[in-house]
Design a protein. Structure first.
Length: 310
């Protein structure tokens, strides 16, 4: 996508690693079920389970404050027994910001209420980002959030793991081509990632891994309203000074009609957990038992991707 071209130098420098043909292990076209599986790290939707990032913090000995959610609300991936922090910028929106902040703190005490409140905030963000006139106000949030995340991780006593969620990618209509709605959002993501890198010192950057992922891909063909619908196989990006990039990882299934999943989607050839295990195992020197039982329970049959990091 042209919007991701700001990341081309990072690819050439070996700091960007695209991974193609990924999918969660459960076949669904439901955002809610797919997001649940992606963030819990399980093989089926189970409601209010803990998240794989929080379980990772438990395994690596993360104390209170070792994890942080940036942007508003607490993602399922960071929910669990290990206390984590949350931070959101003061964004000029309609309504009382202090009231929203109080509500966020209150709702985050209950997983079910937190899910509903976060969904409402995401809808508000999506409306702001995908507004008329290019959504510049909303897209500027990318830089702000990535910059703040970099400052948190750079601090000597800062968190070890940070998570952000961005909505606005569900382009059922008017997806556009180069310079279109989706492309502009990808460009904002690319520039946000570069802002994040610029915020970190070379020493911290050399130990950093950023994972960009989504719950599912999109259909190969466009629909009747110039968009794409919920698909199956998708892509992820690894970015960072600790990444062994400059290449693409894929067991490419092809795009011919007889190669598509259910005749419409990119056929998945990798389990998302293979990527997550490969990153966590190498980055935190974790044993297979910790990955297969504690972080991703009952997943021993799913092997980790090797050689992702330096």
């Amino acid at each position: 996508a042209p919007g991701l071209s700001p990341l081309a130098p990072a690819f050439l420098e070996g700091e960007l690693l695209p991974v193609q043909g990924l999918a969660i292990p459960y076949r669904t076209r439901s955002h809610f079920d797919a997001q649940s599986i992606l963030e819990t790290g399980l093989d089926k939707p189970v409601g209010t389970a803990t998240g794989w990032l929080n379980r990772t913090l438990g395994v690596i000995g993360g104390a209170s404050g070792a994890g942080i959610a940036v942007g508003g609300g607490l993602p399922t991936s960071l929910r669990g027994e290990v206390p984590v922090a949350t931070w959101a910028p003061k964004v000029q929106r309609d309504g009382d910001e202090a009231f929203l902040a109080d509500l966020s703190r209150l709702y985050n005490q209950d997983p079910q209420l937190a899910d509903s409140f976060t969904a409402a905030l995401n809808l508000q963000e999506q409306a702001m980002v995908m507004d008329s006139g290019g959504g510049k106000r909303g897209l500027a949030l990318f830089d702000q959030l990535f910059s703040a995340t970099g400052r948190f991780l750079e601090a000597d006593d800062g968190p070890r793991i940070a998570a952000m969620e961005f909505s606005g990618w569900d382009t059922h209509a008017g997806q556009g081509k180069a310079g279109g709605a989706l492309d502009r959002r990808l460009e904002a993501l690319a520039n946000g990632l570069l802002t994040f890198k610029a915020t970190l010192s070379p020493e911290v950057w050399s130990k950093t891994v950023v994972l960009v992922s989504t719950e599912f891909g999109r259909t190969v063909a466009t629909n009747g309203t110039g968009g794409t619908d919920h698909g199956t196989g998708g892509a992820a990006l690894l970015f960072g000074g600790a990444v062994r990039g400059g290449r693409v990882i894929a067991d490419w299934p092809g795009l011919a009609s007889n190669q598509l999943f259910e005749g419409r989607d990119l056929r998945p050839t990798l389990d998302t957990r293979q990527l997550l295990k490969g990153v966590l195992g190498a980055h935190y020197d974790l044993r297979n038992a910790e990955l297969n039982q504690k972080i991703f329970p009952e997943s021993g049959a799913v092997g980790a991707l090797d050689g992702l990091l330096i």
